[in-house]
Design a protein around this ligand. Structure first.
Ligand code: SF4
Length: 168
């Protein structure tokens, strides 16, 4: 994992106001993106281009709006639900996701799920993609594969996708 700079560690509050994520939508109280009621944050941008993707409009990295990490934390804190970070594929915004997930854990101690089209093996092999892993509790990994679609699956679309509980 890439270490945060000394400056970032000294000025976390200012950093959280400056750093932004490109956010398409936030839904409080959803039950489809992990166990229980959750706050789901949908981030813009995806290059996996899975045939049969449920929402190709999320592929656009310019979709939605910029939100600071600080304002996202305010929304999450007010809702008090565990959190799911989805998209798009949130790992294309790995640096901001790392900051967000780190502060969710530090300040609020909430459970975090993350959905990604990368496999866990691809993530672990990449310094950039693996940055958020220390703060994520559960990853749902892998691209959506239409021929492996199974509507009876909970919290995933196709049988190749895995629900991986990370142990820290
Ligand atoms: S990873 Fe998800 S958002 Fe991206 S193309 Fe595949 S199904 Fe769609």
């Amino acid at each position: 994992m890439t270490a945060l700079s000394t400056n970032e560690l000294q000025e976390p509050e200012e950093l959280l106001k400056q750093k932004t994520l490109r956010v398409i939508d936030i839904i409080d109280g959803t039950s489809v993106d992990g166990p229980g009621l959750r706050t789901s944050i949908y981030l813009a941008g995806c290059r996996h281009a899975c045939p049969g993707c449920h929402n190709p409009s999320t592929w656009d990295f310019a979709a939605g709006q910029d939100m600071s990490i600080a304002s996202l934390l305010d929304v999450i804190e007010e809702a008090e639900f565990p959190v799911t970070i989805s998209g798009g594929d949130p790992l294309y915004q790995s640096e901001g996701v790392t900051l967000l997930a780190r502060e969710i854990k530090r300040r609020l101690g909430l459970d975090i799920w993350l959905y990604t089209g990368f496999t866990i093996e691809e993530i672990r092999a990449s310094e950039r993609l693996s940055q958020p892993l220390p703060y994520i509790d559960t990853i749902v990994d892998g691209p959506f594969i239409e021929s492996k679609r199974d509507p009876s699956l909970h919290f995933r679309g196709s049988t190749n996708q895995r629900i991986i509980h990370l142990k820290h």
